[in-house]
Design a binder for this molecule. Sequence first.
Ligand code: PGA
Length: 253
Amino acid sequence: MAQTRRPLIAGNWKMNGLTSDGIERTRALIEKMAAKAQPFDLLICPPATLLAPVAAALNGSAVRLGAQDCHAKASGAHTGDISAAMLKDIGCSHVIVGHSERRADHHESDHAVHAKAVAAIEAGLTAIVCVGETEAQRDAGKTAEVVTSQVLGSVPARANHESLVIAYEPVWAIGTGKTPTAAEVQEVHALIRETLAGQIGEAEAAQTRILYGGSVNPKNAKELLGLPDVDGGLVGGASLKADDFWAVADASR
Ligand code: PGA
């Protein structure tokens, strides 16, 4: 980990959590984070229904709040959708865009993800842009090609290290307990940083946080998050228990 890049540990709760357990988990993290200054940033991304109550619970805490998706438009006739400005208004600092589950479930293309990232940045949010290959693409030796083209297609040229975070999440590693080897993760992250340098410039790319996601847990966190180009994690399953999530964050120090 380069000195200038402070680790970001982001919890993606996905479609999990009702008010009581969501708030309980939030309170546990607030307490841990308040105990002393930490060398990492902690972010939780609850489902949309919990953003307002979690924002209220977080009031004044160092734990940051993010959403799992946003619409590309600022407002208008888009039933069921939520804009980046609305997320900012409710207290979010980050929004995940282009998670592989949205790319698959909602047929989101790189073009659509790019538009959402632009909207997020325009609203003053940090966009966490997700990329990653499927198992079939990996088996076909196409990981580098797929990840490069997703970065080129999804990342807005006007992004910088404050408005952008990249999450590399191999689709086959999400929720499966399988992960690439440490050497494979480092190789892809270095490639992402190199690709990013061509888009937003070398200095910005050098400072941009690139997270690894996909079956991160307290046991493998130290090895994965300690890699030179890995600047934190996007954590799904293990973020649903405050102690496990905290153990992952702790491993990033
Ligand atoms: P996982 O999910 O940690 O449960 O594999 C990660 C993600 O999809 O962000």
